[in-house]
Structure formats: structure tokens, C-alpha cells
Design a protein around this ligand. Structure first.
Ligand SMILES: Cc1ncc(COP(=O)(O)O)c(C=O)c1O
Length: 429
């Protein structure tokens, strides 16, 4: 169904000529591709003025909705004062203080521009701190696109644990040797890999909510215990979960405190900024005066601590601290998930609607998905088809992947969304 104007077709053709028609991994099929004109609240609009209810939320950052007036005003005031300084500024100091107040593992914060950089530096800091080279990550866990992260994140086959499957061409073979893979929610396998490699293992990194897969009861606590017992650091990649599952992130929500945490997306309200948080002791490896003769874990970046991103982050956190905000985020999401489950069961369609907090995902399967082999066993082509049918009917999302819900989604959005789901499920069958 292609109702695009010739003007939009022309923009897509120009994008195809000079950008491969994509900004990265997210790409709708050619007949559904759009060029965005603007976004406001829970809605996003293409250049023809077609409105979509947005469940992509810029891949997660727009947790309080697009162009929130508080954020817009803060940014407007800051840009008049200059866009970037490459040095300390008041907004970024205040943002670091807000993160330290909110996040249990945080005594200090370092700023970078993307989640990819944040996980890269968290792993580097862990190596410098422990003096050991290896990182253990989980099959199906995504930590951005740095070489260490792009291992068994979305392979089409099950990993032969602990040997990683690289997710990209161009990654040096040597990197593979320093990454170990375990199975999400499998305590015993993880314990045995960690114990076997304890002498060379610097850190375990995980998304505490892996994509939409909830940690089994006790799993994160077991990771905490296994890492402590083996002299290994625990890194929570909270780029998605930070300030989303709770104001204090997944570590508050699930009650397990890691050694290092990474933040991105919601923490800067849609502007480029990400953060690494840890104790004074761990962060000392980045400080020359505290390292003596040892080399520091080097950090740097032209836009680190950018004041425009920092004020957008501060304004976003201010909104998130409001009364009842998380109840609303959870409540809206539960209404959508509950409605979807009903529609699925009325039609006798076997599916697992997974997720926690204001995000969810639909797997077509007759089991509960708890790990990557479970994802592989589900009908992923059907999930993607369902997503594409939703896009065709006016929802904006990454077909087959997570739906992100914002504070701006309201009752009318929920009703319209469930109508779309109903229609899409009927078209699917
Ligand atoms: C859990 C997680 N970590 C890291 C990243 C990478 O962040 P960025 O895209 O800002 O590099 C992402 C991006 O989706 C993510 O979901």
C-alpha cells in the first residue's frame, strides 16, 4: 500500500543515492519507507503529513514524548549560550549529580555521546581495573555496535557457548578471543564459564532486562554473587532501562546493584549524550593522578558533556520525577499489552507478549520466551509481518522488535492502537 506523494518519493530516491536510504539497522521495506517531517507528543508525521502513533520513540529516547515543552524551552535557552565547549559546564555537572542521586551504583559519572561508546568505555574501565582482558556477555544481549558488543547479539543460530558468533564483518578475529558468551537466564552455565575463565575475565556485561526478556527470579542476584566470588566486575547496560523501568533504573527496579552501569537514550531526552557510572574506586582508573605509573583507561570525545544534551537530560529527569509518572508509564503499557493478549486469545493465536515497564514485544510461539534460543524458536517472520501490518495501519515501530511506550501516549492512543492490532491480527491470519 503505497500512497506517498511524488515529493516524498523524490526524497527517498535522493536518500537512496547518497545514504543507502538508511541511517543504520532500522529500515522499513521500500514500499513502507517514509521521510519524517516532525514529531510531537506520541505522534510522528511523514513529509506528506501522514500521522502515526509512535512506538519507536527514536529507538527509545523520547520517553516523555516528542518535543516536550519543558525540554524545548531548556534547549532553546541553552543554544543561545553556545552549543558545545569541550570543557566543564554547569548543566553537565548538575546532570552528573542527578545521576549519582538516582542510581544506586553511581558515585561518579563520565559522559560520552552514544550508548556504543558508553559500553565500550565501561568494558575498557573494567579491564583496566581488574588487569584482565575478557568480557562475558549474553547471547541476544545488545550493547551497541562496538567490536566487543557485536558478538552473538543477533545471530541466526544458537551460540556454541562460550564461543561468540560475530554480528558484523570487519571485526578483528583477536576481539573474538576476548569475548565469552553465556545463555540469558542460565545461572549454572554462566557460573561454570565464569569459574573456568576467572583468571582472565574482567567483567560480565548484561542488559538487566535483556531486550524484552525479563530476568528470571534470582538471576541478576546470582550474577552479582558469581561476579563477586570470582573477582569479576558486573556491568549493567542500562541504556534502555535507565530512568525507564524506574527513576533509579533496573538496579532499583530489580534490586540488584552492579559495579558499573551505562546510560543513554532517556537520560538525555533525545539529544546525543550517554554516561558511565561507577564507584570512586573503579573510576580512579581514568584519573591520571590516581594511577601513579600505570596507564589510565583513556576517555575523551569532542562532544562529551555537551551542555545542550545536558539541559535536555535535566529537563527530562525533572518531568520523570513528577508524581505518578511511572504508574502512568506502566499503566498505559499494561492496557496495551492486556488488550493485545485478549485479541490474541480470542483468535486462538499462540503468542508471548513479553517485556517489563514501558516496553513490550510480541513473539508468536506457544512457549514463554526466556532466552535467545527461545527467540529463534518463535515465528520471527510472523512478528515482522505483524509489525509491518501495524505500520501500514498507522503505528510507527520497528517491525518484529520492541514497542516503546511514552508518557505522552494517552487513552485515545491506546484505543486506536488496539483497533490497529485487531485489524492487523485479522490480516495476519
Ligand atoms: C541496551 C543498549 N545498549 C547500548 C546501545 C547503543 O546505544 P547507541 O545506539 O546510542 O550507540 C543500545 C541501542 O539501542 C541499547 O539498546
Amino acid at each position: 500500500m503505497n500512497s506517498r506523494s511524488s515529493a516524498q518519493e523524490h526524497l527517498l530516491e535522493r536518500a537512496n543515492n547518497v545514504m543507502g536510504a538508511t541511517l543504520g539497522a532500522f529500515k522499513l521495506p521500500d514500499d513502507q519507507a517514509i521521510v519524517v517531517s516532525h514529531a510531537k507528543g506520541s505522534k510522528i508525521y511523514d513529509v506528506d503529513g501522514r500521522e502515526y502513533i509512535d512506538y519507536l520513540l527514536g529507538s527509545g529516547p523520547m520517553l516523555i514524548g516528542h518535543a516536550h515543552p519543558v525540554v524545548v524551552e531548556a534547549v532553546r535557552r541553552q543554544v543561545e549560550r553556545g552549543s558545545t565547549y569541550y570543557t566543564l559546564n554547569e548543566p553537565v555537572i548538575e546532570l552528573a549529580e542527578r545521576i549519582v542521586e538516582a542510581v544506586p551504583c553511581a558515585e561518579e559519572v563520565r559522559f560520552v555521546s552514544t550508548g556504543t561508546e558508553a559500553t565500550f568505555h565501561a568494558m575498557r574501565i573494567a579491564r583496566a581495573y581488574t588487569g584482565k582482558p575478557k568480557i562475558l556477555k549474553f547471547e541476544g544481549g545488545f550493547h551497541g555496535v562496538n567490536d566487543y558488543a557485536m558478538m552473538s547479539a543477533h545471530a541466526n543460530r544458537q551460540t556454541a557457548y562460550p564461543t561468540p558468533i560475530p554480528d558484523s564483518a570487519g571485526i578483528p578475529r583477536e576481539v573474538e578471543a576476548d569475548v565469552l558468551i553465556s545463555r540469558w537466564n542460565d545461572v549454572e552455565l554462566t557460573r561454570s564459564i565464569v569459574e573456568e575463565h576467572a583468571n582472565s575475565l574482567a567483567a560480565i556485561i548484561c542488559e538487566p532486562l535483556q531486550r524484552s526478556l525479563i530476568p528470571a527470579p534470582g538471576f541478576l542476584a546470582a550474577l552479582r554473587e558469581i561476579s563477586r566470588q570470582n573477582g569479576v566486575l558486573l556491568i549493567f547496560d542500562e541504556v534502555v532501562t535507565g530512568f525507564r523501568l524506574a527513576y533509579g533504573g533496573a538496579q532499583e527496579h530489580y534490586g540488584v546493584v552492579p559495579d558499573i552501569a551505562t546510560f543513554g537514550k532517556a537520560v538525555s531526552g533525545g539529544y546525543p549524550l550517554a554516561a558511565i557510572a561507577a564507584s570512586h574506586d573503579i573510576m580512579a582508573v581514568t584519573v591520571p593522578a590516581k594511577r601513579g605509573d600505570l596507564p589510565i583507561a583513556h576517555m575523551g570525545g569532542t562532544l562529551n558533556g555537551n551542555p545542550v544534551s545536558a539541559v535536555a537530560g535535566l529537563a527530562t529527569l525533572e518531568v520523570l520525577r513528577g508524581e505518578g509518572v511511572y504508574d502512568r508509564l506502566y499503566g498505559t503499557t499494561e492496557q496495551i499489552k492486556g488488550g493485545l493478549r485478549e485479541l490474541l486469545s480470542e483468535r486462538g493465536i499462540a503468542a508471548d507478549v513479553s517485556g517489563d515497564g514501558p516496553l513490550f514485544q510480541v513473539f508468536f510461539t506457544d512457549s514463554t520466551v526466556t532466552d535467545w534460543p527461545g527467540v529463534l524458536a518463535s515465528d520471527r517472520a510472523k512478528s515482522r509481518r505483524f509489525g509491518l501490518l501495524c505500520v501500514e495501519r498507522g503505528l510507527f515501530l520497528n517491525p518484529g522488535e520492541k514497542f516503546y511506550v511514552s508518557l505522552a501516549h494517552d487513552v485515545a492512543d491506546v484505543e486506536r492502537t488496539l483497533d490497529v492490532f485487531e485489524d492487523a491480527l485479522d490480516a495476519l491470519n
